[in-house]
Design a protein around this ligand. Structure first.
Ligand code: PLP
Length: 221
């Protein structure tokens, strides 16, 4: 077994345990393997081990890495998890299967237009800045309900859930619980939360997607 396959088995085992402890089905949690900064050969290790869902935070890096991988594995599902500039929206709609970082009105409008143009509608998550951090992307909690309504009713975006990245120096559980509550309030079934350090906590608090990088691939270069 490759080292990647080894780590994958361990992370999957922990997700399953956390799910069961919370009375959830392990299959209801999707592991998004975050491969940013790692080469395609590392992604292939996980593909060969049967994994299919990956996350990248930059459009350009994903464009360099994933078209060839997708050609070999047509059922590969690629998530955009990083901030999206409007001038990259067209490329993002063409390449990604899920966009997790919709966070502002103008981007929602541009994405809607590009989806219409491309005839391709990748499901979207709205990123929420639950810690209200100035430097961090995401819509503020107080603006969320209005933004969800606008994405759905004005832009007709395929919004399926919410995503957050808690502040590094705070208890993530509070942010996860808040995100889940905001999703429920808005009738959204999916919540993307939890990274290498806290994905088990996120699963216990209802994550349907966890985004795990270093626990699978090791430290980033
Ligand atoms: C890099 C990244 C991750 C993965 O972080 P790890 O701590 O390595 O698991 C998850 N989500 C986002 C948005 C990221 O940019």
């Amino acid at each position: 077994m490759s080292e990647g396959a080894d780590h994958l088995a361990e992370v999957r085992r922990r997700i399953a345990e956390a799910a069961k402890a919370a009375g959830r089905q392990p299959a209801d949690v999707t592991l998004v393997a975050v491969s940013k900064t790692h080469g395609p050969e590392r992604v292939r290790e996980l593909l060969e081990a049967g994994h299919r869902v990956f996350g990248e935070n930059r459009v350009q890096e994903a464009q360099d890495k994933f078209p060839a991988l997708k050609a070999d594995y047509p059922d590969l599902e690629l998530h955009l998890i990083g901030p999206l500039q409007t001038n990259k929206a067209r490329d993002a709609v063409a390449l990604f299967d899920v966009i997790e970082s919709v966070d502002r009105e103008r981007l929602a409008g541009v994405l809607a237009r590009e989806m219409e143009r491309a005839g391709r509608r990748p499901p979207c998550f709205i990123q929420v800045n639950t810690g209200e951090e100035e430097q961090k992307a995401g819509i503020l909690p107080a603006e969320l309900d209005g933004f969800v309504a606008s994405c759905r009713d004005v832009h007709k975006l395929p919004v399926v859930g919410l995503m957050c990245i808690p502040p590094v120096d705070e208890e993530p559980a509070l942010h996860f619980a808040l995100l889940r509550k905001m999703a429920e309030r808005n009738g959204l079934a999916k919540v993307s939360m939890g990274m290498s350090a806290d994905y088990e906590t996120a699963v216990r608090l209802g994550a349907t997607h966890v985004r795990v990088g270093s626990a699978l691939f090791g430290a980033r270069h």
